[in-house]
Design a protein around this ligand. Structure first.
Ligand SMILES: *[C@@H]1O[C@H](CO)[C@@H](O)[C@H](O)[C@H]1NC(C)=O
Ligand SMILES: *[C@@H]1O[C@H](CO)[C@@H](O)[C@H](O)[C@H]1NC(C)=O
Ligand SMILES: *[C@@H]1O[C@H](CO)[C@@H](O)[C@H](O)[C@H]1NC(C)=O
Length: 299
């Protein structure tokens, strides 16, 4: 059941290729409506099980996986504002039409346009070592010649504040322990601004994940409005741990960081919309937040 929901959500995610305000007014559903709707939906649980069986065990087995695989293999990553996203939208628009959905259309919407560019990080001291990085979404780039600086490794914001005197002119490496995504992601979101406040020149975050095979895991970050913007990227668990071990041995670490990231004006994109028109109330549209439904019923 969970994996089926996962597949369904993955498809929804793939379809809703650009987030944004729809042009039509969408009314929020108040609690009673959610309760009624949950009850109504629960009455379809046998039909839902038939559909799930069809997808998991029946004629449609692997169909969702295969479609999703073809989609991601053909298009690749689809960061907002990119040519890949435009292709993804065209692809989904055609696929939805071909599959007989109704009122398939695109709604124009402006989206952030950040481009990662070329990037690299190399350890120069105590030994030459290439560090795998991925810039964090919305990060500024480095100057063209890059930034060469000594590293300060910290395990937490508390440690950063205690050692604020040591941070000036350094590249701060956050080697925070992974607790949970929700808890630990604050280092990715706010690490750059916290490091900049104490005079750091760049911020590297241990990837927010419990598992790594030397794989950086990136995502969005947020600059605080009144704080200088410094380049921010994620590094792997392995490199963060290694630099933490070196620092504990009082070994001086120097890195050269290069990031070509740039933010452009918001780009034109589209929400991709398709409908299955109801047989009974074809004019009515229900917007059902899945999270809300799930918490108030056992659908
Ligand atoms: C679906 O994929 C699984 C795993 O690859 C495979 O064992 C199974 O035969 C596939 N089913 C169909 C209908 O192709
Ligand atoms: C490290 O690399 C630099 C050039 O990138 C080179 O000049 C230097 O000799 C290397 N050091 C060692 C110890 O290999
Ligand atoms: C849905 O509800 C069940 C039972 O309350 C819960 O175990 C599950 O984590 C919920 N799923 C989501 C996606 O919220």
């Amino acid at each position: 059941m969970n994996s089926v929901l996962g597949t369904f959500l993955a498809i929804l995610f793939a379809i809703s290729s650009a987030a944004g305000r729809p042009t039509n007014e969408v009314k929020s559903i108040h609690e009673q409506t959610v309760k009624d709707t949950s009850k109504e939906i629960a009455a379809y649980s046998n039909i839902a099980m038939d559909i799930i069986n069809l997808a998991v065990n029946g004629n449609a087995q692997n169909r969702s996986y295969n479609r999703l695989a073809e989609f991601v293999d053909s298009i690749g990553n689809r960061i907002s504002g990119s040519g890949n996203l435009d292709q993804a939208i065209k692809y989904m628009y055609s696929a939805l039409k071909e599959n007989g959905l109704e009122n398939v259309h695109l709604e124009p919407v402006k989206v952030p346009h950040w481009v990662r560019g070329q990037e690299s990080a190399v350890m120069l001291e105590p030994r030459n070592h290439t560090i795998a990085i991925l810039g964090l979404g919305s990060s500024v780039g480095t100057p063209p010649e890059g930034i060469t600086a000594e590293v300060l490794v910290v395990q937490s914001f508390d440690e950063l504040h205690q050692r604020a005197q040591e941070a000036k002119g350094k590249i701060v490496v956050f080697n925070e322990q992974f607790v949970s995504y929700g808890e630990t992601v604050k280092y990715r979101e706010f690490g750059a601004s916290e490091a900049a406040k104490v005079g750091a020149v760049a911020s590297l975050i241990r990837s927010v994940t419990p598992f790594s095979i030397n794989s950086p895991h990136t995502g969005q970050q947020d600059y605080q409005a009144d704080v200088i913007k410094i380049p921010a990227a994620c590094i792997t668990i392995e490199d963060a741990e290694m630099m933490a071990r070196m620092a504990r041995r009082n070994i001086r670490i120097v890195l050269h960081l290069m990031m070509g990231a740039q933010t452009y004006p918001d780009a034109l994109s589209y929400n991709t919309v398709a409908e299955i028109v109801g047989s009974q109330f074809p004019k009515q549209v229900s917007v059902i937040p899945i999270q809300e439904l799930n918490s108030s019923s056992h659908v």
